[in-house]
Write a protein that binds this ligand. Sequence first.
Ligand SMILES: C[S@@+](CC[C@H](N)C(=O)[O-])C[C@H]1O[C@@H](n2cnc3c(N)ncnc32)[C@H](O)[C@@H]1O
Length: 383
Amino acid sequence: MHKLNTMAQKDLTQAKAAKKDEFYTQYQDIQNEVNAYLEYDPDVFRGKTILLPCDDPEWSNFTKFFAQNFQNFGLKKLISTSFAAESKQIKTWQPTLFETENPNFDADKSRTNGKIFVLDRDTNANGVIDIDDLQWQYLEGDGDFRSDEVKRLRDESDIIVTNPPFSLFREFMAWIVEAQKKFLIIGSINSVTYKEIFPLFKDNKIWAGTRFNKRVNGDNMTFMVPDSYPMTGTELYEKDGKKYISVAGTAWFTNIDHGRRHQPLQLMSMEDNIKFSKHKEVKGNGYPKYDNYDAIEVPFTDAIPSDYDGMMAVPISFLDKYCPEQFEILGVTQRNDDPYKLKKYSVEQYKNANDLNARGVIMVDGKPKSMYARILIRKKNNN
Ligand SMILES: C[S@@+](CC[C@H](N)C(=O)[O-])C[C@H]1O[C@@H](n2cnc3c(N)ncnc32)[C@H](O)[C@@H]1O
């Protein structure tokens, strides 16, 4: 019985994650993010091959955006691959006129095979290379990014850009890192603490893009969803006959440089924070020490004391402001161990316990209080 419940639970969790696999990114969000990299280095895409590995051009604004800017960015080649209709978790796919009216159309392959779209020259000889010059054909397989066929395209490319399937984020990131490619992708800020992802942040192999879990004009990042989207809730809304979903905690992850990353945070000394901080937790109170880490608790990024040389535990949102010249990342406290366990302990039991795992603990009025996941950082010596 218990086993069945666990399996049902697992199915439910997977189904929930899979629903998020069909969220489509808006053009404006792509444009805003990409502009930040161009501002830092106008030649960032010049002479490069870009792969969009989860992007059907009939839907994807990534393909539209890079195709429209092909000449402007000086791209060498744009490759966009899509996942077969029958392999998708949500099977609402209908071939578009673009596909059915094309001489390449094959009714069977349309369901079972992925597609590849390539843009690398002025095929219609109208003097510009743009979206009308995209050439397409069916892939041999279903377009799974893990297939050898798509791996070969990855290896041929310089930069990988997309919003990958939510349920495969860890695998997708490993797939990029294994090939040592430049990338710009969308994910959930929660993935920062995954054991596969955090070490990459720590070693400065990946970092926050310019929009990292930030609300813009009061809004989370919003995505278009298929008409028949099997979900209800306040986060879903309609605009101009299309369905959208607002997703909290959405973030861009990258290893391409942008200017904000090198702007150090302007911070007050510990003494000034204690005197003047706008946060009541800090003003007049200071910074509690962790019981199970040699670190002080800093509950807000803007309350990091500029003159503290030891280890500090800061919220995960710190990564949005992280400047590698100013701080180094030392570790992360775990978030998945049971915070409620602590509530069951008496103070005496807590003191004698040897199984507290890695959740940070602070003593408040002599009682242990477990904290949210925190990033452990230290000031760099050069400032
Ligand atoms: C979150 S959506 C984003 C689509 C597009 N990149 C965009 O942002 O508009 C992820 C896409 O990846 C596709 N997908 C799911 N699993 C995949 C896999 N194993 N390999 C390639 N694509 C996959 C989904 O069908 C979906 O179209």
